[in-house]
Design a protein around this ligand. Sequence first.
Ligand code: CIR
Length: 253
Amino acid sequence: MFNKAIVRRPGKSLVKGITTAGLGPPDYQLALKQHDAYIKTLESCGLSVTVMEADEDYPDGMFVEDVALLMPGLAVITRPGADARRGETVSMEKALREFFDQIEIIEAPGTVDAGDIMMVGKHFYIGLSERTNAAGAEQMIGHLRQYGYDGSTVTISEGLHFKSSVSYLENNHIVVTGELVEKPELENFYPVVISTDGAYSANSVWINNSVLVPSGFPQTSQSIAALGYEVIELDVSEFQKLDGGLSCLSLRF
Ligand code: CIR
């Protein structure tokens, strides 16, 4: 169960965020509205939400999931793979000091975006991607082991992050798409397989038996509801324009 979340408001500079989506620039006012609805939804799932102010120096700053990995008793501050995002960790570390006594930090030459990390109980699957390198994953696993957790790596070649293509819904269920459908590392999970046209919805978020699913993917919603979860659809079109999904917009703990 989660009881808290941290989000950061989008700034006007979001139009300068990193993207490969080719969907045009996001609309700031609409992004704010979608972000408001996202916060309300987290609250409706029982989370107390800390809202950090926008930081105009970091156009991708609202994608807070990438800059820290949180678990009971430990926060690890990452070292984001994109240069333009590296400084996002400074304010996040400050915010997390309120909640965590134990904080570890990924150092150069390691890079980690926590969007590449999927938590399954005490085990963390770490995607090796364009953003997360082997040195970063090795440091991360070292920190995890020190605190009674463990981790393993999965090499990926499609999508921005590992969790762009797979989400853990608890109860051994995953939502999965693309190359990850066939990955031996994930073969013991019960998969909801998403076709390539619905790939964006493979980034869904389990929160206390509800699952947030991006709107516009009825097949995904139906398949997840059929497993017994309450599905909540949310429109995050403006964040999709920056390659961001539902999970990236919050840190849940
Ligand atoms: C980036 O390229 O870093 C941002 N535009 C999108 C980050 C999305 N984060 C995530 O999937 N965890």
